[in-house]
Each structure stands twice: as structure tokens, then as C-alpha cells.
Write a protein that binds this ligand. Structure first.
Ligand SMILES: NC(=O)C1=CN([C@@H]2O[C@H](COP(=O)(O)OP(=O)(O)OC[C@H]3O[C@@H](n4cnc5c(N)ncnc54)[C@H](O)[C@@H]3O)[C@@H](O)[C@H]2O)C=CC1
Ligand SMILES: O=C(O)[C@@H]1CCC=N1
Length: 270
């Protein structure tokens, strides 16, 4: 399977890195990237062909992944409008709706919306997928194969749910990194040096996530097991509750989801 990325920035690099690590042949992966520095990085890091514009060789692919910023996508696909034949086009752009992307591509509807996340770089991503009704089973399978190479995948029943996936898991790594930053800073405030506080914070999140992933129990049950009555964890959790932590998370995720919808509506007017 030949895969071309239109846009070779952070997320494309995470996906390309993941694909190559998972055994995809670098010769079957290409990237179209405006920045010379970006192209040089992709070529040297992953050994893939990186070009400035979508030439015939780059267009001759089975899956074309649109990996530019939502605000850049309409202009980026303009040169290929009406030139697509059988390629499965997978947009990973936040918010943008298939109906608008299809229009910008010159009424082309072999389209899949996917929302991956950056842990794809280490094969630990999670991607939500939604396909236009006209995409064949083989087309869906091709799109899924690309994303499944870098982590797990879930199909959603309605396109609007991709904005929810974006809010929970697309943006989610940033929330977890932020929590790690805060836990590290809290450790430093107790007198640990930076390296020690960082290790305590990261290894805790890593271990807890692994335990939650491996366990049949709900995260709430695992939380209760850490929480001795009248103990230290109970004191911390009472403080979290008093500060409204669950509502803070719910509001933040809702803000991300609303922003996705807003981006789709705003940019789709073009
Ligand atoms: N960063 C993340 O964690 C995630 C990002 N996304 C989505 O992935 C897309 C890309 O995001 P990032 O990689 O973070 O952005 P980025 O800015 O790092 O990458 C976009 C790249 O596209 C290039 N580009 C822009 N116009 C171009 C054109 N006409 N032809 C060729 N290259 C062009 C830019 O030079 C840039 O390197 C966005 O739509 C975003 O919503 C999706 C999931 C997670
Ligand atoms: O922040 C963003 O808009 C993108 C989408 C998901 C992660 N990064």
C-alpha cells in the first residue's frame, strides 16, 4: 500500500515515524511539505520521499492523508481538485467536515475523517474514524490499516462524533502532559529536585495508565483501592473534589469539542 501525506508537520511526522517503526516500507511512504527544513527532517529521520508539491508520483498512492492545519487545507488541496481517481483520502484535520473537503476536492467523496493523536509516534496512538457512506469496505480497511499501524482504532457512527474524539483523545495527550507538568511542579514544591519530581510524576502516570489498561476493573474501582479511609489519598481527592476537578475536565473537553465544531462551520463557509 502506498501512502502520501499532504503536510509533513508534527502529526504527519508522528504517523510516518510510527508507520516506519511498525515495518511499513519507507519507499511506500511520501510526504508533501512546503518547508525545506521539514522535508529534510522527514527524509533524514524516516527515509521517505519528501517533495514541495503534489507531483504525479506523490499522487500515485492508495491513501492520501490530509495532514495540514484546518485553515490550510482548502488551499493545499486546490491543486489536486478534480485529479483524484481511486485514492482513499483521509483527513486528520480537526473540525473540517467531509462535505466541505469533498467540495474542495472537486466533488470527490472517497473520504474518511480520522482523528489520531501524537502517541502514534511510539505505536501507542488511538484514532477515531468515520467514512463517507460512499467509501467501500476496502477503502475503509485501507484507511484503518494506516492508522492501526500506529495504535488502536475505533469507528464512530456519526461524523459529528469525530469532534468528540478530537476533544477526548486527539487533544487528550496535551491534558495528560499538563497533568504531569502540574504533578512535577507539586513535587518540586515539596523540595524534590526537577529530575526526581519529573520521574515520580511520569512513572506514576505511566504505571497507572498501564494498570488501568490491563485491569478489568473500572478506573474508579482502582482509585478506591489506592484510597485508604482517613489516609493521604483521601485528603488529596477531597481537595480535588472541593476545587471541582471533574467539572473542570468536563468543561475543558466540551470547549475542545465546541471549538472543533466552530472550526468546521467557519472554514466550511468558504
Ligand atoms: N498535533 C496533534 O496532536 C494533532 C493534530 N491533528 C490535525 O493534524 C493536522 C496537522 O497538525 P500538526 O501536524 O500539528 O500541524 P503542523 O503545522 O505541525 O503541520 C502542518 C504542516 O503542513 C505544512 N503545509 C501547510 N500547507 C501546505 C501545503 N499547501 N502543502 C504542503 N504542506 C503544507 C506546513 O508547512 C506544516 O509543516 C491539523 O489539521 C490538526 O488538526 C490531528 C490529531 C492530533
Ligand atoms: O489542537 C488541535 O487543534 C489539534 C487537534 C487535536 C490535537 N491537536
Amino acid at each position: 500500500m502506498k501512502i502520501t501525506f499532504l503536510g509533513g508537520g508534527n502529526m504527519a511526522a508522528a504517523l510516518i515515524g510510527g508507520l516506519v517503526k511498525q515495518g511499513f516500507k519507507a519507499a511506500d511512504v511520501q510526504a508533501v511539505e512546503l518547508s525545506a527544513e521539514g522535508r529534510a527532517k522527514l527524509e533524514s529521520q524516516f527515509g521517505v520521499r519528501a517533495v514541495e508539491s503534489l507531483d504525479e508520483q506523490a499522487l500515485a498512492c492508495d491513501v492520501l492523508v490530509l495532514a495540514v492545519k484546518p485553515q490550510q487545507l482548502k488551499a493545499a488541496v486546490a491543486p489536486i481538485a478534480g485529479r483524484l481517481t481511486t485514492q482513499v483520502v483521509v483527513s486528520i484535520a480537526a473540525g473540517l467536515r467531509l462535505v466541505d473537503i469533498g467540495r474542495w476536492l472537486g466533488d470527490y467523496h472517497t473520504l474518511v475523517r480520522a482523528m489520531p493523536n501524537t502517541p502514534a509516534l511510539i505505536g501507542a496512538g488511538i484514532t477515531g474514524l468515520f467514512a463517507d457512506a460512499s467509501v467501500s469496505a476496502a477503502g475503509r480497511a485501507a484507511a484503518e490499516q494506516v492508522l492501526a499501524a500506529v495504535g488502536s482504532t475505533v469507528w464512530v457512527a456519526e461524523e459529528a462524533q469525530i469532534d468528540g474524539v478530537t476533544a477526548v483523545s486527539g487533544s487528550g495527550p496535551a491534558y495528560v502532559f499538563h497533568f504531569i507538568e502540574c504533578l512535577q511542579a507539586a513535587g518540586e514544591s515539596l523540595g524534590f529536585d526537577e529530575a526526581t519530581a519529573r520521574k515520580l510524576a511520569i512513572d506514576t502516570v505511566l504505571g497507572a495508565a498501564k494498570l488501568a489498561a490491563d485491569s478489568d476493573e473500572a478506573p474508579g474501582v482502582l482509585r478506591e483501592r489506592v484510597t485508604s479511609k482517613g489516609g493521604t489519598t483521601a485528603a488529596a481527592l477531597a481537595s480535588f473534589a472541593a476545587d471541582g476537578f471533574p467539572a473542570i475536565v468536563t468543561r475543558a473537553v466540551a470547549a475542545a469539542e465546541a471549538r472543533g465544531r466552530e472550526l468546521g462551520e467557519q472554514l466550511g463557509r468558504d
